[in-house]
Design a protein around this ligand. Structure first.
Ligand SMILES: N[C@@H](CCC(=O)N[C@@H](CS)C(=O)NCC(=O)O)C(=O)O
Length: 233
């Protein structure tokens, strides 16, 4: 089998989704620590200069959902998508909602938490309004039994796990509210996801790289925030 190379940085939620997928699929790959960059040479590999990038024998791919689908199409032995059309579409529905209405929203607040910048109150308010809608939608859609679409974790589980983790950190810090608690019903799923060897490996590297990243950026956020209990009004 041709060697796959994943270019990315362990702080990135998107990189971590792809890394976990490669591990769950038991595919051999090389992890090449790489930061996002607008350098012309990097944009030859990643047109938007973003990570993750997957290097394959056929060429480079970016965009997490495209990479996940490629891995499942090219290496079907351990599939991460449901076999039936409806469940497969349901998984994509969950992923789209999380990507657009949760991740892309909280990402607007990363500067004030993680990068030593400031967030405008108007941005905090507009993000909150969309998160409230997304929370209600995900309460309806995310019903693990024990995973989101079956007996083993798939694309939707991995996408949800790494993106809700970062989103929950943002909502706890910014709004003193937990997105994950407000979606509800995810406690056993979180335990099951945390017990995966893929999660243990990916999150161990996340924790150490994240601490360095926050210190380097003079960030307002500290990793302990995610363990602080919230006062429920
Ligand atoms: N839509 C992309 C998003 C990837 C993304 O935003 N990656 C971040 C790191 S988590 C990045 O490269 N940021 C640098 C930039 O936007 O210039 C995907 O699905 O892979």
């Amino acid at each position: 089998m041709t060697r796959l190379r994943l270019l990315g940085y362990p702080v990135s939620n998107y990189v971590n989704v792809v890394r976990a997928a490669l591990l769950e699929k038991e595919l051999p790959f090389e992890f090449v620590p790489t930061r996002a960059s607008q350098d012309a040479a990097f944009r030859q590999l990643s047109p938007l200069g973003k990570i993750p990038v997957l290097e394959t024998a056929a060429g480079c791919l970016t965009e997490t959902v495209a990479i996940l689908d490629y891995l499942d199409d090219a290496y079907p032995d351990i599939p991460l998508r449901p076999a039936r059309a409806f469940e497969r579409a349901r998984a994509r529905q969950m992923i789209n909602i999380i990507q657009i209405y949760v991740e892309a929203q909280v990402r607007q607040l990363f500067p004030g938490l993680f990068m030593g910048g400031d967030n405008l109150p108007t941005t905090e308010a507009s993000v909150r309004a969309m998160l409230d809608r997304a929370t209600a939608a995900l309460s309806q859609l995310l019903v693990p039994e024990p995973f989101l679409l079956g007996e083993r974790p798939g694309q939707a589980d991995l996408f949800a796990y790494y993106n809700l983790d970062i989103a929950d950190r943002v909502t706890r810090f910014t709004y003193h509210r937990s997105l994950i608690e407000e979606i509800g019903g995810l406690e056993d799923w979180l335990k099951a996801m945390r017990a995966r060897s893929s999660t243990r490996l990916v999150m161990a590297e996340f924790q150490s790289s994240f601490a360095t990243y926050l210190a380097d950026h003079g960030a307002a956020y500290s990793p302990e925030e995610s363990r602080r209990s919230l006062s429920h009004a």
